[in-house]
Design a protein around this ligand. Sequence first.
Ligand code: DP6
Length: 326
Amino acid sequence: MLKVTARAHTNIALIKYWGKADPELMLPANSSVSLTLDQFYADTTVSFAAETGNDTFVLDGVKQSPAATQRIHQFLDLVRARTGVRGSATVRSVNHVPNAAGLASSSSAFAALALAATRAAGAELSPRELSRLARRGSGSATRSIFGGTAIWHKGHDDDSSFAEPVPTAPSLSLRMVAILIDDRQKDVSSRDGMARTVATSPYFPVFAATAEHDAPAMVAALAQGDMEQIGQFTERSAMMMHGANMAAEPPFTYFAPATLTAWAAVRAVRDAGLPAYATMDAGPNVKVLTDATHVDAVVAALHAQLDNELVVCAPGPAASVIDTTE
Ligand code: DP6
């Protein structure tokens, strides 16, 4: 029995994915661009039994209920259909995140699972094929197959919707500072939140059209190393996503009071002349995009204003197999 462990890192979207054109195939409404981070990752071990039966999913040492295993089970069915393996799987996943402030992510989870499960089933997929497969588990996982910066081309069918790496100018060394905000409120999952926004928010079409326009422009700005453009596109995409949520029916938001405080602190850092641009996802944490030259000054300036824990991230590597045992 082959047992394979894969590691995949979380990515943060600079141009957001926030809505599906096809929920079954997990095709997004727009293309998106991301940065994979070195500090947050998932290690996932998969083995298939010879016999059919229920899949087992153990997350951070805790065996998950059948309901919590359902999404993993459906994804493993795709792997079984593709590889011809029929047996039940045991999946053990460990999230490496600094604390419990909602940074565990489905992007690293399904990228690691796609790689570990296909290898455990004896198949070796190309990065593009893995990206397409990971997409079926969670949209953002499409991009976590790759390290550094990546674009997810929205595509129009299963074949054409995948991510690939995009280069950044040699002069540009991106850094992302995570400001950890733990609001303990009840969350709206990203899956449910985006579905509500697609279905009801009059701002959603504008968000998606702007993101579709900004994704190639972001790729060009990354290639040119134009930090100001990169930062402006990043903030615009995040704010438009969260604006669309506030206009949904019923409206909702991931902003906590501390989120606004953090966002204001980032603006103050920028007003002081440092490159610092904020983004946030389906939770209250704020992530600050800057570069290696200025990151120490940005961290010091944020610390001067905020009590929150800060985690400095550099671009992370592509998903990889870290252990294989017979
Ligand atoms: C805000 O990938 O978690 O992080 O495809 O339904 O699994 P599903 O959603 P998910 O959504 C991520 C949304 C986001 C923005 C992004 O990563 O592009």
